[in-house]
Design a protein around this ligand. Structure first.
Ligand code: UDP
Length: 154
């Protein structure tokens, strides 16, 4: 088995309200990724502003913070080989309208500001660790083995 990696994923308020949590989780489970933490929670503005801090100067920042705090989210950590990049690939492009069918945003969304899911950025090394730490305590990350791991990896 090659080196395992963890990535932070969040079903955003639109995905929760639209009943898409199960669909999103199924895609990652079916792919062979392993869930190591999950938390259904209402984000407050401080956490939202910290999580999206890189965008604080952007015109869409206030609307983004309003949106992400507008209802509960499903925050998760998924583990697997090359997990950060693979999850980004499964998510599609930032804009659902530009996302290929078969991707989460390409199958489940239409609008840039309502794109269903967040996932750590593989082009921003360390963002996965930062985001995991922001949402989870160390003891909330569960070390366990999937029974099919020997069939998923050479
Ligand atoms: N976003 C937006 N308007 C924009 C660009 C981004 O509302 O013009 C939102 C969108 O929800 C996106 C989030 O801001 O998911 C963070 O943007 P980023 O570029 O980091 O995209 P992501 O990593 O989510 O694909």
């Amino acid at each position: 088995m090659s080196e395992q990696e963890r990535t932070f994923v969040m079903v955003k308020p639109d995905g929760v309200q639209r009943g898409l949590i199960g669909d999103v989780i199924s895609r990652f489970e079916d792919r062979g990724l392993k869930l190591v933490a999950a938390k259904f929670k209402q984000i407050d503005r401080d956490l939202a502003e910290e999580h999206y801090g890189e965008h604080e100067d952007k015109p869409f920042f206030d609307g983004l913070v309003d949106f992400i705090t507008s209802g509960p989210v499903m925050a998760m950590v998924w583990e697997g080989q090359d997990a950060v990049r693979q999850v980004r690939g499964m998510m599609g492009e930032t804009d659902p309208a530009e996302s290929a069918p078969g991707t989460i945003r390409g199958d489940l969304g239409l609008d840039l500001g309502r794109n269903v899911i967040h996932g750590s950025d593989h082009e921003d090394p360390g963002s996965n660790e930062r985001e995991i730490e922001l949402f989870f305590d160390d003891e909330e990350l569960v070390d366990w083995e999937r029974v099919d791991e020997t069939w998923l990896y050479e």
